[in-house]
Design a protein. Structure first.
Length: 523
């Protein structure tokens, strides 16, 4: 009996399933439903999310950026509205590193230490033990309830970083269907009891050379409602978020377009020092030592830039301080904002020109890798090339057929047709330009012949015909007074001035050039 009662009191039984029938009950459920998106296109209310990617694909930075924007209510990327809710982040690895990342995010967004204290965000430096009895689940629920008591808004998102650590602390395997299923059931129960969405970070399996799915069995892709892939491009500080199949999925609506996030380094020392000075407290020894150092702006994850040569102890200390007080944050200034029509048109023209260059390069080098394509377009920013390739793939003009872990880009039939049409337009434009040049040259030749005739007539003392009236020697129509001398560049007649005739010196007359002096006319 005791075991039976304990089973009824299990955490996953604390939330009863709702039964909704068509009619008024369905009407009221739909009408009273709260907005469904925490971050439109990426994070949704009460749903399970997976964020996966290869090592160093900046997954944690991305999850923190999403979570802190939800907690603060600030628009994501400076423009996407969010629903403000409380966020609890369970860090299974490098919790101390997550702390400096949170500080860097606040410093980059202009949120002081004192203001950060009011954010409905909490960091738990361990992942819950899920899938092995109810004790771990109860502990996780109690942690969420504990921090939620101080929040000004309900908890809306639980971040679990990461699945590998969750399985390890539970002593379960993500490749055995039964054991992995118990972990997933625990995550589902945790979200249901706390009425919060979950975002679980995954690595990719080592055996998956294409890095196209999260680690685990088929349940990794079948169970979640939203799957987001983080794909780092090259060695730069940027990552590509992909929700559309085959990389991800979204049950809550059309998947968002691929989104490129660029990151930058953020120094947190000024943020910390300002708080101590405001409080009138002396700087702790470590921060005081760090404040006296000049840090080089490098990627914090690359340690000593991969150099394996011997280094001095002073360099080791300086590097350790730099990593302790610097981190990466998403750079909102690199995200395209609304621009004027003229700027938008100019950008569209530039994008079209770059896409044409990519098509030409792939026509010359079918199956080119990302690095090969960048090398063939040397002089163009790598990030712009990557953007152009993604747009062409989305438009089904280019196909990516990876060879192992490397991209291999090919033109599709539609891409080849687009390229042929573009080249045909080039030929037509060249022919039209040649016709215009020929017409201009013909007009210039006629102008030169006319000028020669007029000079010959002046030499013979004969005024050439003007405006259809015959002229001769030194006489014009009798009875008229002698006109004032004409200004340079114009002919005088009874009605006023007429445009100057182009001289042979310029095929296209313009102000100050190509004008002739009309001969003097007597009574």
């Amino acid at each position: 009996m005791r075991e039976h009662l304990a089973a009824l009191d299990a955490p996953h039984r604390q939330v009863r399933a709702q039964i909704v029938r068509p009619g008024p009950a369905l009407r009221d459920a739909l009408a009273a439903a709260a907005p469904q998106a925490l971050v439109p296109g990426y994070v949704y209310v009460d749903q399970q999310h997976v964020l996966y990617g290869a090592p160093q694909s900046l997954k944690t930075f991305t999850a923190l950026d999403l979570g802190l924007h939800i907690a603060s209510g600030l628009p994501w990327l400076g423009r996407i509205p969010v629903m403000q809710r409380g966020v609890v982040y369970f860090a299974g690895e490098a919790a101390s590193g997550v702390r400096v990342r949170i500080a860097a995010w606040c410093a980059a967004r202009g949120i002081s230490v004192e203001q950060a204290a009011t954010l409905p965000f909490a960091l738990v430096d361990a992942v819950p033990t899920l899938g092995k009895g109810d004790d771990g689940l109860r502990d996780a629920i109690s942690r969420v309830e504990e921090v939620a008591a101080d929040f000004s808004v309900p908890v809306g998102l639980l971040v679990l970083d990461n699945m590998t650590r969750i399985a390890a602390v539970a002593g379960l395997s993500t490749t055995e269907i039964g054991e992995y299923g118990r972990i997933l059931a625990g995550i589902d129960a945790l979200g249901r009891v706390t009425q919060a969405a979950t975002l679980t970070i995954y690595h990719v399996p080592i055996s998956d050379k294409t890095q196209s799915r999260p680690a685990g069995t088929y349940q990794s892709t079948a169970n979640p409602d939203v799957i987001i892939k983080a794909e780092r491009l090259g060695n730069g500080l940027n990552t590509l978020l992909r929700v559309a199949p085959p990389h991800g999925k979204s049950r809550s609506g059309p998947p968002a377009r691929d989104l490129l996030l660029r990151l930058k380094e953020q120094d947190v020392r000024p943020w910390l020092i300002a708080s101590y000075e405001q409080a009138g407290h002396p700087l702790p020894t470590t921060l005081a030592h760090a404040a006296a150092e000049e840090f080089a702006c490098v990627d914090p994850r690359e340690g000593l830039n991969g150099i394996a040569t011997a280094i001095s102890p002073e360099t080791v200390v300086r590097e350790s301080l730099r990593q302790q007080f610097t981190s990466l944050v998403v750079d909102h200034s690199s995200v395209p904002q609304v621009v004027s029509t003229v700027a938008r048109d100019q950008r569209a023209d530039a994008d079209a020109a770059l896409e044409r260059q990519v098509l030409d390069a792939l026509d010359r080098r079918p199956g080119a890798s990302q690095n090969t394509l960048r090398a063939s377009l040397r002089g163009t920013r790598k990030i712009d090339i990557d953007h152009a390739v993604l747009d062409l793939i989305e438009a089904k003009l280019v196909d990516d057929r990876p060879k192992g872990s490397a991209h291999a880009y090919y033109l599709t039939d539609a891409g080849r047709a687009r390229l042929r049409a573009a080249r045909a337009r080039d030929v037509a434009d060249a022919a039209e330009g040649a016709a215009v040049v020929a017409e201009l040259e013909q007009g210039a030749a006629e102008g030169r012949r006319g000028g020669a005739q007029r000079r010959a007539a002046r030499g013979a003392g004969v005024v050439p015909p003007q405006d259809g009236r015959p002229g001769s020697g030194r006489g014009t129509s009798s009875g008229s007074s002698r006109p004032r001398p004409s200004r340079r560049g114009e002919h005088r007649d009874d009605l006023g001035t007429t445009p100057a005739i182009p001289s042979s010196r310029s095929p296209r007359p313009h102000k100050g050039r190509g004008r002739t002096r009309s001969p003097a006319r007597d009574e």
